[in-house]
Write a protein that binds this ligand. Structure first.
Ligand SMILES: Cc1cc2nc3c(=O)[nH]c(=O)nc-3n(C[C@H](O)[C@H](O)[C@H](O)COP(=O)(O)OP(=O)(O)OC[C@H]3O[C@@H](n4cnc5c(N)ncnc54)[C@H](O)[C@@H]3O)c2cc1C
Ligand code: SF4
Length: 349
């Protein structure tokens, strides 16, 4: 039987890769540094996902179950790869548990890190308890608690969602668009209005990037059916008058300063490169691209390839990605591994 394939990271991309390979009869070793599989949607407690509308715990939880129960997938939680040597078809990986395993290829599905809003102190996070992140609101909704002001547990009457926090911001070295936060925020605004119909929800934006079919389902629907208000603005700061949070900035359409009071301010945080990427790069010998994500081949005929023969990459490890795209890339990387082995076998015979 062919040597197992190592998959690093058990989020949507890694789970999809493991399931595809196991379905084709290929054994895999799936390692994840956390004590639970599922990646960001499970670890961060996301609520209903876009665009499917399914609860993360059901949709991604189902992917976890089918992989964890598969006899061809050897799951190693709370484990990292500390050394990786050899060549395509014959690698040795040393795991943090102390084991050495022989594998024929590796797929890096190590995902991203959430932007730490403390890096944007002028927008109030860390100073005012009622300034929170989209992840925190997802957790409020998924836990069943509902959207509340952390300071005193009251239901907010006015909520501001600030887009592009930790994305498209050259001043703090984050030039990229995180792709999904406009859509996630529009969806969150509708969820808040559904739960708290008297609550006014404002979205502060530079541009709206509810791309493709999301424009109708999220951007227009949130305004037309849910009366969410959009303000094109440049935000200066988030302060407090002792009672309310005050969002100050400039309305860039009418070119006038605006100062609006809120009960709850939500940072739509972006997707940073995984903080582990420098280590992953050194251990696996893969290049990082200019922003710090794992570099992948850009050719259409080489999906999922890195600069290192036999080491593949998928999902948000290569840049901000949606769950759909991460799953598709996980499957594509699994197929690329099998294709490469098939081609190598033909050359030998
Ligand atoms: C607030 C927010 C809400 C979002 N909501 C949606 C949504 O509704 N719909 C949508 O399509 N997308 C959404 N996204 C994007 C979504 O989170 C990503 O598309 C998805 O998580 C990417 O999956 P992944 O498997 O590539 O990476 P991840 O989910 O990041 O999983 C990576 C896995 O690798 C593991 N890992 C990392 N480093 C190592 C290491 N060194 N060794 C071992 N294991 C490691 C991690 O523990 C993790 O389990 C949202 C993003 C944010 C920030
Ligand atoms: S998806 Fe929207 S909120 Fe997210 S970085 Fe891009 S423009 Fe900003």
């Amino acid at each position: 039987m062919a040597k197992p394939i190592l998959i690093v990271g058990g989020g949507p991309a890694g789970l999809a890769a493991a399931h595809s390979l196991a379905t084709f009869g290929q054994a895999c070793i799936l390692v994840d540094k956390e004590d639970r599989l599922g990646g960001a949607p499970i670890l961060e407690g996301y609520a209903k996902l876009v665009p499917s509308g399914e609860w993360a715990k059901d949709a991604i939880g189902g992917m976890v179950d089918r992989v964890a129960e598969h006899e061809l997938v050897d799951v190693r939680k709370e484990t990292k790869v500390t050394e990786f040597s050899g060549e395509a078809g014959d690698f040795t990986a040393v795991l943090s548990s102390g084991d050495s395993v022989g594998v024929s290829a590796a797929i890096l599905c190590t995902g991203f890190s959430h932007f730490d809003s403390a890096n944007k102190p002028e927008w109030g996070f860390g100073t005012f308890p009622d300034v929170v992140t989209t992840s925190q609101v997802e957790q409020m909704i998924s836990s069943g608690q509902g959207v509340r002001c952390p300071s005193d547990g009251r239901k907010p009457q006015r909520v501001a969602i600030l887009l592009c926090v930790g994305s498209r911001d050259r001043q703090i070295g984050r030039e990229w668009c995180s792709k999904i936060c406009c859509t996630v925020s529009a969806n969150m605004a509708m969820e808040i209005r559904e739960e708290l119909p008297d609550c006014h929800v404002y979205i502060y934006y530079m541009d709206i990037r509810t791309y493709g079919l999301y424009e109708t389902k999220y951007y227009w629907k949130s305004q037309e059916e849910f009366k969410v208000k959009y303000i094109k603005a440049r935000i200066a700061e988030v302060t407090s008058d002792g009672e309310k949070l005050i969002v100050k900035g400039e309305d860039t359409l009418v070119k006038r300063p605006i100062t609006i009071p809120f009960d709850l301010v939500v940072h739509a945080i972006g997707m940073d490169p995984n903080v582990d990427n420098p280590d992953i790069s050194a251990i696996f010998g893969v290049d990082l691209e200019t922003h710090g994500y794992i570099d992948k081949a850009s050719s259409y005929s080489a999906t999922g390839l890195t600069n290192k023969n036999g080491v593949f990459v998928a999902g948000a490890a290569i840049g901000p990605e949606t769950i759909d795209d991460s799953i598709a890339q996980g499957k594509a990387a699994a197929m690329a591994v099998l294709e490469q082995r098939q081609l190598a076998a033909r050359l030998v015979s």
